[in-house]
Design a protein around this ligand. Sequence first.
Ligand code: URA
Length: 253
Amino acid sequence: MNNGNWLKQIIEETRQLIEQAASGAQRTIVLSPEVVAMLENVRPQAAPSPPFSRETVSEEPADYETGSDLAELEREVAQCTKCGLAKCRTQTVFGDGSPEAKLVFVGEAPGAEEDRQGRPFVGRAGQLLTDIIEKGMKLRRRDVYICNVLKCRPPGNRNPSPEEVYYCEPYLIRQLEIIQPKVICALGKYAAQTLLKNTAPVSRLRGRWWEYHGIPLRVTYHPAYLLRNPNDKKECWDDVKEIVKVLKGEATP
Ligand code: URA
């Protein structure tokens, strides 16, 4: 095959892959031997891999060295200038906790304190989230993983814009692919709507199990909302109790 045909084939296979991902089909890539050979040429430093054939190459977690891949992604995020938030951040806020976590919490975006410290959920809402994890769920904060849809603080804590979510979401997708938790908990509207591609309000999305690429996902209220609406803490408690049951193997989603 000449170079032009290879390029066409790569474009065609990439197109099929995007269609497959968009349709929610199983995340499996079928590559032709020519494209595999081409890709091996552009990544000569890749670890030795089993011989490929026109069979399925799974994208599943075994491909990842969880800790080091997360660290590499964090370095990439720290350099990101894809949206305007790069100009006003003190630093990026990538994520916090165990790369081996069984439970990942996804929030909205860093606030002022997070922007200052470079860690997610370290302000008032963060204290409530820590209490939910440690006092409520009886887990250690350092054993779960916490991150946000946006890795940079929107000025004045305004809502994330669609453009910011568009540019930042791939980082979240990769974090979740690397960690492969047993359960994801989406905190509030932006996390829920970004992960589920569903524009319903949190009050309608919570209270049941969803799936994010095969990973059980539960939606609950954002801790900052709970600080303003303490009457809804009971519902949040109901949500986290269901998560704990699944983590302990006492219930299936
Ligand atoms: N709110 C969020 O959504 N994330 C944080 O990290 C802090 C507050």
